[in-house]
Design a protein around this ligand. Structure first.
Ligand code: ARG
Length: 586
């Protein structure tokens, strides 16, 4: 489909040049599938102004150019100057296999993909799931179109919270609870520490906003807990063996728990370079920023400021070194960027986090521009996940652990599996429940535009109707069952020939698969692939309701079997790119 659309685009552009002169006309214009035509071009409207010609005149020239293409059955001008192209059935039938031909548009380019990146000593909660799931889907999609992808888990394993945790460890730890559930106990003592520190600050008369800000300068009258935490942090940063050992313990127990979750989700990383990895590079990073005039001293601290003229927008300053010499989250991000450029020379760096970090990354990318970083830097942000109860925040201890969410998904999916097929053996029911349960949680995140706020409800995520994982997984299993039944008759797939309307629509839908995958690789919006798969499953459903497969005469049956096979393959491959599995029967 791609190759054809491009051929039409360059033929159209060449004709425009010939009729109206080369000026203002690109080498190729865009043809794309649309709900109104197999392929549509709206270049005539876009170019009309520059060429000072009525759009319908330009459209007529485009029509004349593409009408003679062997794949084109009909080309016509529509409306204000659209060109609508209908493809020949024979061309469609002959290209069914192109559905799986993804073009290596990313070949020769490296991408660094920074995702998941949870914080040590806090459990990964439902808010992190979106980063993990979106990032993993992007990794798979980008690899499928030929990019060399370095997936990197930028763990939050360094920073002021470790001073606090060490204090909390000495004062509040319940050893038995830690034995049972290390990360749960670390969270409990961290939350207790935060509450006590906040209470001490408020008692000293600090305004509530300041009491919540970790990076606020030490107040004149600092609470005792905070002083203790800062002292432990200084010891840790100076390499004090006892504190380094404690820190390492926190990292290890957290990582063990994260790894369990990753394994369950089928997620893996090439690198786990957390914030601590960059610790040794921070001083030199700030020195470089100062030497290049990008950062400046301000009241003992070092900051980068941003102006509309230089950076395209005025933003609050970014603190890169505190007055007490401490470095910040952003400092390690600048160091990470320099490190990644040096090691991999990526063409793109994508960082997946929730929407609250948008300003941070706009600041970081502005710093990158001033450093002359040549990569395309993309903050792949997503809306916060809401359960009906409200948003999550670790600090409040209002956490629904991801593990229990996934457990519940599997339990509920088991009921769905039983309702579909009471004859499935128990071991298969469990496997269906696992695949559908995980799939529904992932798909719920992936199927909505990531910049919108996601409300999670079980009924929607697990519904067998609508744009959901269970619907697509069931569509896949149903096709498999049709294939098995037809195979029992000894029938095998054969060439696709004449097309009934429902078959034609199905082939067109199949051929859009590579377009959808490339679109996601380009825009980092996986919901486009979900929408595509949903459309394909719908086209299949219409096809199957309208036309017999098993009872068709042999030649037609063979062709329809081929279509079934291709649809199943695209569904499985598409879901796999989203990190979602299928089962052969449900
Ligand atoms: N640990 C951070 C958080 O949970 C996310 C890190 C994202 N990556 C980055 N390079 N800053 O908010």
């Amino acid at each position: 489909m791609h190759a054809l659309l491009e051929e039409l685009g360059s033929a159209a552009a060449a004709a425009l040049v010939q009729s109206f002169g080369a000026e203002g006309i690109p080498a190729s214009v865009v043809f794309e599938p649309s709900p109104r035509a197999d392929a549509q071009c709206n270049a005539a409207m876009q170019l009309a102004k520059a060429l000072k010609r009525p759009p319908r005149d330009l459209a007529a020239a485009i029509v004349a150019a593409v009408a003679s293409h062997p794949a084109v059955a009909k080309a016509e001008v529509a409306g204000a100057g659209f060109v609508n192209v209908t493809l020949r059935d024979a061309w469609l039938a002959a290209h069914v296999d192109d559905a799986l031909a993804l073009r290596p548009v990313g070949a020769g380019q490296t991408v660094v993909l920074d995702y998941s990146s949870p914080n040590v000593a806090k459990p990964m909660h439902i808010g992190h799931i979106r980063s993990t799931i979106l990032g993993e889907a992007m990794k798979r999609v980008m690899r499928a179109v030929g990019y060399t992808v370095v997936s990197d888990n930028h763990l939050g394993d360094w920073g002021t919270q470790f001073g606090k945790l060490i204090v909390a460890w000495h004062r509040y730890l319940d050893g038995a609870a830690y034995e049972r559930d290390p990360v749960g106990e670390l969270l409990r003592i961290y939350v207790k520490y935060s509450e006590d520190e906040r209470a001490q600050k408020l008692a000293l008369g600090a305004p509530a906003k300041e009491a919540d800000d970790d990076d606020a300068p030490l107040p004149a009258q600092a609470p005792e807990l905070l002083l203790a935490a800062r002292a432990e942090l200084v010891k840790l940063q100076a390499g004090d063996p006892e504190n380094v050992a404690l820190w390492k313990k926190f990292v290890d127990v957290s990582m063990a728990e994260f790894d369990r979750t990753y394994q369950r989700l089928g997620v893996s990383f090439d690198e786990v370079l957390g914030e601590s990895f960059y610790n040794d590079m921070l001083a030199a990073t700030v020195d470089e920023l100062l030497a290049k005039g990008i950062a400046e001293h301000s009241q003992g601290a070092v900051v980068v400021t941003f102006t509309k003229e230089r950076d395209g927008e005025a933003m609050p300053p970014m603190l890169v070194r505190k007055a007490d010499g401490g470095f910040l989250y952003g400092t390690s991000d600048i160091a990470a960027m320099r490190y990644r450029m040096g090691r991999w020379s990526p063409a793109r760096i994508l960082i997946v986090t929730d929407e609250r970090q948008q300003l941070h990354f706009r600041q970081l990318f502005a710093v990158a521009r001033r450093l002359g970083v040549p990569a395309k830097l993309e903050h792949v942000w997503f809306g916060l996940m809401r359960l009906p109860e409200g948003t999550f925040s670790t600090r409040d201890g209002n956490v629904i652990a991801l593990e229990s969410l996934l457990d519940e998904a599997e339990q509920r999916a088991e009921a769905v599996a039983r309702s579909l097929n009471a004859d499935l053996p128990a071991s298969e029911v469990r496997e269906v429940a696992r695949v559908v349960g995980l799939g529904s949680v992932k798909y719920n995140d992936l199927s909505k535009d990531r910049t919108t706020l996601v409300t999670f409800t079980w009924d929607k995520a697990l519904s067998l109707q609508g744009n959901t994982a269970p619907y697509l997984q069931y569509a896949y299993a149903r096709i498999r069952s049709i294939q098995r039944k037809v195979a029992e008759l000894g029938a095998t797939p054969g060439p696709v020939g004449a097309l009934e309307p429902a078959e034609r629509a199905l082939v067109l839908a199949l051929l859009k698969f590579p377009l959808a995958v490339e679109d996601v690789a380009r825009t980092a919006r996986p919901h486009a692939l979900c929408d595509y798969l949903y459309e394909l499953a719908g086209a299949f459903s219409t096809f199957y309701n309208e036309l017999p497969v098993k009872d068709a005469e042999p030649g037609v049956r063979a062709a329809r079997l081929t279509l079934c096979e291709r649809v199943a393959t695209v569904l499985r491959r598409g879901l796999d790119l989203l990190g979602i599995e299928v089962v052969e029967r449900m």
